[in-house]
Ligand binder design. Structure first.
Ligand SMILES: Nc1ncnc2c1ncn2[C@@H]1O[C@H](COP(=O)(O)OP(=O)(O)O)[C@@H](O)[C@H]1O
Ligand SMILES: [Mg+2]
Length: 247
């Protein structure tokens, strides 16, 4: 079986509003699949469908060959799907270590002892070991992004969904995050779906790239080819025209 995650003709949205329209794609085992697309095209909504915060009204989502379309978020986390949020949501008054521990124990159902081992490991790979005792609310944006990834690792995912972890960072910090994501693939063997707006980052850091437009996959393939395509250029030009008109 080639794909760890597979969307088959998925329609999904909020209430009666359909956001994802006939969305189909797959992420292969061990691959980093980048996801781009204009604001509001449904990238985060696709993650909400992966983790089970919303349920498809038609189509199927397969994880490791199983149809998980109707599974609860908790079940999906147990099966091995971990995600970060576009706006990091740490428990501000808890320490960095406690934040990851909570995710391992309450998110993934590990014992305190297992959870502590997993948390230490997650802090190690994300470069937060020396900041383990700091209060999460005191971290810089880069470290908050690292913590967001560490918390997702706390549930020991096979599939990691990254939602704009590089957004808001300066160039050297983006390089740190890129290195971290590359390590998660090469050293942990994780399959990663990575939504990002820092477009050039996505060319060098991904194995395949998908551009979503209006809830549907516009193009999927070689990152450079997708980025340089006329279709993607038009979708982004269209978006900036709207923004210009709205201003
Ligand atoms: N919880 C929600 N309830 C209703 N509409 C939402 C919700 N979240 C997002 N939307 C709408 O869904 C569309 C897609 O949003 P989103 O998936 O967040 O876009 P992206 O991540 O690609 O910028 C937008 O029009 C947005 O306003
Ligand atoms: Mg988003």
């Amino acid at each position: 079986m080639a794909a760890l995650l597979r969307f088959e003709h998925v329609d999904a949205g909020y209430g009666n509003v359909r956001i994802l329209e006939d969305l189909s794609f797959e992420a292969e085992y061990g691959q980093i699949l980048g996801v781009i697309g204009p604001n509001g095209c449904g990238k985060t909504t696709m993650f909400n469908a992966c983790i089970g915060h919303i349920t498809p009204t038609s189509g199927h989502i397969l994880f490791d060959g199983k149809d998980i379309s109707k599974f609860s978020p908790a079940k999906r986390v147990h099966m091995g799907i971990g995600r970060t949020y576009q706006v990091p949501r740490p428990f501000e008054n808890m320490s960095v270590f406690e934040n990851v521990l909570v995710s391992a124990v309450h998110g993934a159902g590990h014992t305190e002892r297992q959870g502590a081992r997993i948390a230490e490991e997650a802090l190690g790979i994300t470069g937060l070991t020396e900041k383990a005792e700091l209060i999460a609310g005191s971290l810089t944006l880069l470290d908050r992004k690292r913590l967001e990834i560490a918390r997702a690792l706390g549930t020991e995912p096979k599939l990691l969904l990254l939602d704009e972890v590089a957004a808001g960072l300066i160039e050297t910090e983006i390089k740190d995050i890129m290195k971290l994501v590359a390590d998660l693939k090469s050293k942990r063997g994780l399959t990663i779906v990575w939504i990002e707006h820092v477009i050039e980052t996505m060319v060098g850091a991904t194995d395949a790239l998908m551009c979503i437009s209006e809830g549907h996959e516009l193009l999927i393939g070689d990152p450079r080819a997708v980025m340089d395509s006329r279709e993607v250029e038009e979708v982004y030009l269209g978006a900036s025209d709207e923004e210009v008109n709205a201003a």
